[in-house]
Write a protein that binds this ligand. Structure first.
Ligand code: B1M
Length: 210
């Protein structure tokens, strides 16, 4: 089994204790951080498919998520890079009712690496909390919302609405997450949509440069 296959298999099986070491071994063997991240995302895809098929249940999905997080910890310094110029301040969170944070954490890491100070509100964040935090941080120039469930897409819509109706200005809203599309982003009045963490970092730089 190759180093990458070993990482993928360990994430799929939720082997939290060995994933970190396997990711380090893959790095030492010369694999790029993005390549390793991609196989871990593939592993989560398999886990999601098995969950949909009724072959595994929430606990297994949770443990696979924990295993992925262990792997991401090791990759963080490689993914983050260093020395980006300061571009502003970003508030990020997963919308109300949604507990998924692995993708959101990756997006936060990449946006931070692009030069933004990050305020991470975590998961299951009510719309009012976003509004309150924007109000308390008048220098914020990016608000980033993540949602992983079709059932929490309405919460994303409500969050954008609440932020717009607050009358607060001076920032752009970017949205993303597996069920989110450019069409949905347009429909709910977000300023931008990004498909993945890398694209989110590129997009926020474009947004602040106007
Ligand atoms: Co959940 N879950 N889950 N889950 N889970 C999914 C999302 C699901 C697709 C699995 C499936 O059925 N195939 C499905 C959603 C179906 C749907 O709505 N269409 C699902 C379900 C149903 C559920 C529960 C309802 C299950 C239940 O209880 N019956 C429940 C809901 C709980 C809740 O949130 N209220 C639930 C719970 C969980 C766990 C807690 C067990 C765990 C989360 C652990 C955690 O996050 N700490 C979990 C997991 C691990 C998954 C899967 C398997 C993996 C998610 C993940 O981390 N992927 C997932 C299946 C899948 O994704 N294929 C699944 C890796 C991650 C890097 O990708 O998060 O997509 P992702 O992030 C990407 C992009 O989406 C994007 O960039 C990231 C990568 O670069 N992105 C953005 C994300 N946010 C962005 C923001 C941006 C831009 C891009 O701009 C701001």
């Amino acid at each position: 089994m190759s180093k990458l296959e070993a990482v993928k298999a360990a994430v799929e099986a939720g082997k939290t204790k060995v994933v970190g070491d396997l990711v380090q071994e893959a790095l030492d063997a010369g694999h790029k951080a993005n390549e390793i991240l991609a196989v871990m995302i593939d592993a989560m895809e398999v886990v999601g498919d098995k969950f949909s098929a009724g072959e595994i249940f929430v606990p297994e999905m949770l443990i696979a998520g924990k295993a992925m997080q262990k792997g991401v910890e090791v990759l963080k310094p490689e993914l983050a890079g260093e020395g980006a110029p300061a571009l502003g301040k970003c508030i990020i969170g997963t919308v109300a009712g949604d507990l998924h944070d692995i993708g959101k954490n990756l997006v936060a890491l990449m946006i931070e690496s692009a030069g933004f100070e990050m305020i991470d509100l975590g998961v299951d964040v009510p719309a009012e909390k976003f509004v309150e935090t924007i109000r308390a941080n008048p220098d914020v120039n990016i608000v980033a919302l993540s949602a992983l469930l079709t059932t929490t897409m309405p919460a994303m819509r409500d969050t954008v609405k609440a932020i717009r109706e607050s009358g607060l200005t001076g920032f752009k809203i970017i949205v993303g997450g597996a069920p989110i599309t450019q069409e949905f982003a347009d429909e709910i009045g977000a300023d931008a949509y990004a498909r993945d963490a890398g694209a989110a970092a590129v997009k926020v730089k474009e947004l602040v440069k106007g």
